[in-house]
Design a protein around this ligand. Structure first.
Ligand code: BGC
Length: 458
């Protein structure tokens, strides 16, 4: 018998998130091109290859796994390079396959959420200038039309862009994604064009399906300066203003404000979001490192209490979810979905703890009346992880994937997240079973989360 439960509101969405390049396999897009270039950006020059073989039909068994997990939603992305392999060619069979996937989710009781852009582009688009060319805005709007006309009767929940600022940084500032540029003004331009494309895509979807929900999945880091804050707060201000505030604020006001650049007014952008999507993973705690532009002048000093994390990942800090939800709520004032959250952990020693603290942190936000409506765990199964390729240090799955045999094995954290989803809550029984070291903290009157602050009422 449970003696305590953090219960979630009825109809709360529990699911996982995936994206095409992570799972489908046999890609021919900007990312597979980047892998083939072997620039050294990708771990051991690995290639995406077969990934998790979704395109060859393995989505069916993996959708059964989602159903086993008791999920009522799943977030996936459609691959532009499959749907429009050439500028003047639409591949109807690709659209048909996505229809089958969406029907497959519905048949299993899951509401789909479809992402239109998750870090990949057709190469023909890159050759036209990619996200620096004005024409790309129109191209994306037309692509949205194609997808919504083909799939709109099966999906009413859209994410136009996944982590636009992460994409802009990786592709145009730190040269980790194709086309591998290092120019802050190109990064700015990419962000601006994505905002313009989002505004157009929003109108397209809403004109056809006025009740559809449309938004963006925005990545936020938690960043905490150590004293003296006057110095250590400097890089943090920069990160907050460029990577966090600018894009969200533009969606609210229609104006993009970035350091060292004139304010850009983007027509039809203000208010183009029906929800706020939050991708939250890690914290950077620390200070000013003037000689380290690569890390945005941030020096990381993780808390001793935090579990060890892989290189360049930041601090695993699920208890920061509450504060980041609060940040996005104060800016956007629309229902919030945690569109991604998770941790790399091949051995599954940290993930159950991560899940318990993250779910508890989301529950706290709901109990301050912040309308959080769902959690998409990143991710269902181990898959291809961008520059980390198939590096074992970056395994995020509730299921482990054996990439030789394509066998999947559920992890303890998968069973744990299943119990949470089925119960629509986190109980002391579950915590005792999967993360006993947290029982005292979460269920015996000592929540002890230093960073919990009351949301300010705007
Ligand atoms: C991205 C995912 C990625 C995950 C873990 C997010 O930034 O949206 O595609 O796999 O982080 O790194």
């Amino acid at each position: 018998m449970a003696d305590g439960i953090y219960r979630f509101p009825e109809g709360f969405l529990w699911g996982t998130a995936t994206a095409a390049h992570h799972v489908e396999g046999n890609m021919n897009n900007s990312w597979s091109h980047w892998e083939a270039m072997e620039t050294g950006a990708v771990f051991k020059k690995q290639k995406n290859g077969r990934a998790c073989e979704w395109w060859d039909g393995r989505w069916v068994e993996d959708f059964d796994r989602m159903q086993y997990l008791g999920h009522n939603t799943h977030r996936l992305s459609v691959e532009w390079s499959r749907i429009q392999p050439e500028p003047d060619k639409i591949d109807e069979s690709a659209l048909q396959k996505y229809r089958e996937m969406l029907e497959g989710l519905q048949k299993r009781g899951m509401r789909p959420m479809v992402t239109l852009h998750h870090f990949t582009n057709p190469m023909w688009l890159e050759n036209e200038g990619g996200w620096l060319a004005n024409s790309t805005v129109d191209r994306f709007i037309k692509f949205t039309e194609m997808v919504v006309d083909a799939l709109g009767d099966l999906n009413d929940f859209w994410c136009t862009f996944n982590e636009p600022m992460v994409y802009a940084v990786q592709a145009y500032l730190v040269a980790m994604f194709y086309p591998g540029k290092r120019n802050p003004f190109k990064m700015y331009r990419c962000a601006e064009l994505m905002l313009r494309a989002h505004a157009g895509a929003y109108q397209v979807i809403k004109s056809r399906y006025p009740n559809a929900l449309v938004g963006v999945a925005k990545h936020l880091l938690k960043i905490d300066p150590l004293p003296p804050k006057i110095i250590n707060g400097l890089p943090i201000k920069l990160v907050e203003s460029v990577f966090h505030r600018a894009f969200l604020e533009a969606m609210v006001t229609g104006e993009l404000r970035l350091p060292l650049r004139k304010t850009v007014v983007i027509p039809n952008l203000a208010g183009t979001y029906d929800y706020a999507g939050l991708n939250f993973y890690q914290r950077y705690r620390g200070g000013f490192a003037p000689l380290s532009p690569k890390t945005f002048f941030l020096k990381q000093v993780p808390d001793d209490e935090s579990p060890p994390s892989p290189p360049m990942w930041g601090e695993i800090y699920p208890q920061g979810t509450f504060e980041r939800i609060n940040y996005i709520w104060n800016m956007m004032r629309k229902p919030i979905y945690i569109t991604e959250t998770g941790t790399p952990d091949e051995g599954d020693t940290v993930r159950p703890w991560y899940i318990a603290r993250m779910v508890h942190s989301v529950w706290q936000a709901i109990n301050f009346n912040v309308p959080v409506r769902g959690i998409y765990y990143w991710t269902l199964l181990d898959n291809f992880e961008w520059t980390a390729g198939y590096n074992p240090q970056f395994r995020f799955g509730l299921y482990a994937t054996n990439f030789e045999t394509q066998e999947r094995t559920i992890r303890q954290s998968g069973e744990f997240f299943r119990e949470i989803s089925l119960a629509n809550g986190l109980s002391s029984d579950m915590v005792r079973k999967y993360v006993p070291q947290l029982e005292e903290k979460l269920f015996h009157g000592s929540p002890g989360q230093k960073e919990v602050k009351l949301p300010s009422r705007a």
